[in-house]
Design a protein around this ligand. Sequence first.
Ligand SMILES: [Zn+2]
Length: 94
Amino acid sequence: MSSAGAGRVEQDVDHDYVQLHEPPSNLICSARGCGAAAQWALRWNNPRLHTPERRKTWLACDEHRSSLSEHLSVRGFLRETEPVSALATDRAGA
Ligand SMILES: [Zn+2]
């Protein structure tokens, strides 16, 4: 059992932990099984998959903000955390 487990974390971060990572059109928390309205936008980047300026966005309700942030930050992926209100303003220019 000692050789299992390494090398699949980077792929799993997208698919295992959140139910979706689409553009934030519906502003629902990204945590799997959670349908709460998102309060926070976690902007992240996986340097092994993405160019440095690329940002993926996970949305989080108050309850899941810390667990989702920690999931990203322990991997070194988390870049910024913003209120969803800031995100909505952003979208006009995106
Ligand atoms: Zn949630």
